[in-house]
Design a protein around this ligand. Structure first.
Ligand code: PEP
Ligand code: MG
Length: 881
């Protein structure tokens, strides 16, 4: 039996996405539900793979199936490809299973040649339209299929316009276009040394091949990499009979979203152009009219359009992104797909669709990608501060950004990768600029609409973007732009606000984000569903409060070393480290104790009523001391200039200690509980500070739940000894203050040995907190300070590893240790509380893993708390399914 590669639209359905691509499946579905869709057929993604396997050509079988489908299309439309009397014209478009807007190629008006164009002119009684279509076809086909640079055509056209004294294309007459066509064909012949193909069948097969080829063009490859789309899924090709939006003023074309993709507001949102073809809208060449204008210009069409939009939302149960064309007053739908949207819009649409009864809460929770929430949790422009607005464009993708002006995507990439903040400013962007957009803080274009490629791509990435900012006059050659008399040069700092469209001179003041009511609503639903608790990693009362505002249910990790880094304290910390004997150390510790107590009171107060997990000192001591090389230089200098000075003596003493503490592998050295064992008085001081703080607050009537955590335990004896130190401190403080404090003592599980002997460790621990940063470091044997900068990037590029394991938990390896740790720990204590406080606690796939591994909580940085709440809810819902 031969394989089926080609499907008429009426043969497909929306669930055949993998086979027909998103566009093909949707065209089939729209046909199925009776929408006005121009007929056509889809060549499957399997055909794409077969095309590559067969040495980059269509097999006989595929060609035969295309011919059969074409004949059926000819029958349905009553037109024929290449027929002079009644020519069928088709579009040939790409469409993968996962949408890749603008990344692959399209050919329109296929079927036109020197003869059929005459027929089209006669049939439409519109020669101008016919010849314009033909020249567009030559241009597009030559670019996409024959590889002729567009520049040649544009250059020629510009010359013709100038010679005739026209300012824009609509002034061109049929005769003018005929002249242009003659010249276009000469260009093609000169460039490819063959005439422009006149045989429509040949055109069709060449175009199909070109679309398959475009699966592997540079921008498609980059886009797939960025969006983690597999390379092997291939694209489908859709061949569809053309309808024309450029048949006159009763025709037009547009793109629209059923809701605003930027804010989520439930109003039709989009743009259209009268008397134009689709590519004019998305390419951002002419700035289109807002869709509301259609109501004025074609009220009946608008009414029908609105009705179908409602129907489409009800059918697909999601916001739709629609391409439509009006041909002589008749409306056609060319495409519909779930619309890309900002985080803000994703939330609002999800919440309102629940309120409208279109979807249920669980569906709403699954609709929002936790990663997208970052966009909302970032800083925005402070509206109360003065801002130096110089121009306003279309607010195409929200968020605010400040950076240096650059005019070139390659430069943006180069500077961005070097850590510079840049804003990419372009007349318009094409998908070829995508690498520059990735590396920039934001994008501004002077032309193009809200649905131009720049906008779509930026929104997908959550980058601030302003489009169609026509007040800006860019001079690429001189590397500057003008706004009126104001001149901004390459390298000058500007700020942009993608929510208002404002472009500002200089660095605008920014403020912290807040959660919108819909966001709160959605997170409220998430809280109803999720089983994992969400704690935060916070070292200051400020961070703790912020996290609480975002919904944190406690502090899962308070890293006390950050309190030691304070410049006012560092000298005392150094004294503590440099102390030659216990007595001298005690002096320093006595000074530090009230300071630490103060720190803990602040955090306990901020987290009133919620647990606070305080980790005792963890990093290697040399981190608090001056750098060895710096000291060496300083001492050498003093030996020459002031050999007798006190300063030199002090520095030399410091040097001796630094040398003594210096380690080859400090991260595997004297840190964590090892420090506590060598200097129990440090841990004792910290424990006392915690208990004194707790006692003070309890006396005030504030509920506190301190949990004390010992880092880097690898053997149960370490924990056993340090547990006693803490318990002793607790007993002493309770006796002294007369306050009873209920507390817990637990440990980080962040070494493989700890995970593997968790049953023993659990005898001494009230809770476990998986420190997956160190656990990843020690499981892989990757230095966490060096790996990411040195070799991990190469590993990921060459697919040695699928992801950076410091960002996304390695479930197969590190995860196995987590599972083992939980299982063994609970063998000893069935109700042992276990959580995670490594960076992975704020990453969605790792959170899903934590849920499956049976952890009780995740702990992450304050700004990731909302993300974690949502991801935790999704974990419950997904795993129940
Ligand atoms: C960890 O190792 O995962 C952890 C949370 O501790 P730190 O990052 O402070 O070493
Ligand atoms: Mg650690």
């Amino acid at each position: 039996m031969s394989k089926k590669y080609v499907y008429l639209f009426q043969e497909g359905r929306s669930n055949m996405r993998d086979l027909l691509g998103g566009k093909g499946a949707n065209l089939a579905e729209m046909t199925h539900i009776g929408l006005p869709v121009p007929p056509g057929f889809t060549i499957s993604t399997e055909a794409c793979n077969a095309y590559y396997e067969y040495g980059k050509q269509l097999t006989e079988e595929m060609r035969d199936q295309v011919m059969t489908a074409l004949r059926q299309l000819e029958e349905t439309t009553g037109k024929q490809l290449g027929n002079v009397e009644n020519p069928l014209l088709v579009s040939v478009r790409s469409g993968a299973a996962i949408s890749m807007p603008g990344m692959m190629d399209t050919v329109l008006n296929l079927g036109l040649n020197d003869e059929t164009v005459v027929g089209l002119a006669r049939l439409t009684q519109n020669p101008r339209f016919a010849y314009d279509s033909y020249r567009r076809f030559i241009q597009m086909f030559s670019d996409v299929v024959l590889g002729v640079d567009m520049y040649h055509f544009e250059h020629l056209l510009e010359g013709v316009r100038e010679a005739k004294g026209y300012s824009a294309d609509p002034e061109m007459t049929a005769e003018d276009w005929q002249e242009v066509i003659v010249e276009y064909k000469k260009i093609v012949e000169k460039q490819i040394r063959k005439p422009f193909p006149q045989n429509p069948m040949e055109q069709l097969f060449l175009a199909i091949n070109a679309v398959f080829e475009s699966w592997n063009n540079q921008r498609a490859i980059v886009y797939r990499k960025l969006n983690k789309i597999p390379d092997h899924i291939g694209t489908a090709v859709n061949v569809q009979s053309m309808v024309f939006g450029n048949m006159g003023n009763d025709s037009g074309t547009g793109v629209a979203f059923t809701r605003n993709p930027s804010t989520g507001e439930a109003v039709l949102y989009g743009e259209f152009l009268i008397n134009a073809q689709g590519e004019d809208v998305v390419a951002g060449i002419r700035t289109p009219e807002p869709i509301a204008q259609l109501e004025q210009e074609m009220p009946a069409v608008f009414q029908q359009f609105k009705e179908v939009c409602t129907r489409l939302e009800q059918h697909y149960k999601d916001m739709q992104d629609i391409e439509f064309t009006v041909e002589h007053g008749k409306l056609y739908f060319l495409q519909t797909r779930n619309g890309k949207r900002t985080a803000q819009a994703a939330i609002r649409v999800a919440v309102e669709m629940v309120e409208e009864g279109i979807i249920d809460k669980e569906t709403a929770l699954l609709r929002v990608d936790p990663d997208q929430l970052n966009q909302l949790l970032h800083r925005r422009i402070d509206e109360s501060a003065e801002k130096n607005v110089m121009a306003k464009g279309l607010p195409a993708s929200p968020g605010a950004a400040t950076g240096k002006v650059v005019f070139d995507a390659d430069e943006a990439e180069e500077l961005g990768n070097a850590g510079e903040k840049v804003i990419l400013v372009r007349p318009e962007t094409t998908p070829d600029d995508i690498h520059g957009i990735v590396a920039a803080q934001g994008v501004v274009t002077s032309r193009g609409g809200m649905t131009s490629h720049a906008a779509v791509v930026a929104r997908g990435m959550g980058k601030a973007c302003i489009c169609g900012c026509e007040a800006i006059q860019i001079d690429l050659k001189a590397q500057r732009f003008h706004v009126g008399s104001l001149e901004i040069h390459h390298g000058d700092i500007i700020s942009i606000d993608g929510s208002t469209g404002e472009v500002m001179k200089g660095a605008a003041k920014m403020v912290d984000p807040e959660l919108s009511p819909q966001f709160q609503q959605l997170l409220g639903w998430a809280d109803e569903v999720r089983q994992l608790k969400v704690f935060t990693n916070a070292d200051t009362p400020h961070d703790a409060l912020k996290a609480r505002e975002f919904g944190a249910e406690g502090v899962g990790l308070c890293r006390t070393e950050h309190m030691f880094m304070d410049p006012a304290r560092l000298p005392i910390v150094q004294e503590m480290i440099l102390a030659e004997d216990d007595e001298a150390r005690k002096v320093a510790l006595d000074q530090l104790l009230p300071m630490q107590q103060d720190d803990f009171e602040g955090i306990f107060r901020a987290m009133e009523g919620l647990p606070v997990t305080v980790r005792l000192l963890d990093p290697p001591l040399h981190e608090f001391l001056p750098d060895f090389e710096d000291l060496l230089v300083e001492i050498t200098k003093l030996q020459i200039t002031a050999p007798q000075s006190e300063e030199l003596k002090e520095l030399e003493q410091m040097m001796r200690k630094v040398r003594q503490l210096k380690e080859m592998n400090p991260m595997l050295g004297n840190r964590g509980c090892r420090l506590g064992l060598l200097h129990p008085d440090i841990y004792e001081m910290q424990a006392k500070a915690i208990f004194y703080a707790a006692a003070t607050l309890i006396k005030e009537g504030t509920a506190v739940y301190p949990e004390i955590m010992i880092p880097l335990v690898g053997h149960v004896h370490e924990l056993q000894i340090l547990r006693e130190v803490v318990e002793k401190a607790g007993a002493m403080v309770m006796e002294e203050t007369g306050v009873t404090i209920s507390y817990a003592i637990g440990t980080m599980i962040e070494l493989p040995r700890a995970a593997l002997t968790a049953d023993q460790i659990a005898t001494q621990a009230d809770f476990f907190s998986f420190g997956t940063n160190d656990l990843t470091q020690t499981t892989f044997g990757f230095s966490r300070d060096d790996a990411e900068g040195k070799f991990l990037q190469t590993y990921i590029e060459h697919k040695v590893l699928p992801e950076n394991p410091f960002a996304v938990l390695d479930q197969e390896g590190v995860g196995k240790l987590v599972e083992t740790g939980v299982r063994l720990g609970r063998q000893t204590k069935p109700n042992l509380k276990a959580g995670i406080c490594g960076e992975h606690g704020g990453e969605k796939s790792s959170i899903d893993f934590c849920y499956r591994a049976g952890l009780n909580y995740v702990s992450c940085s304050p700004y990731r708390v909302p993300l974690a709440r949502l991801a935790a809810a999704q974990a419950t819902i997904r795993n129940a399914k």
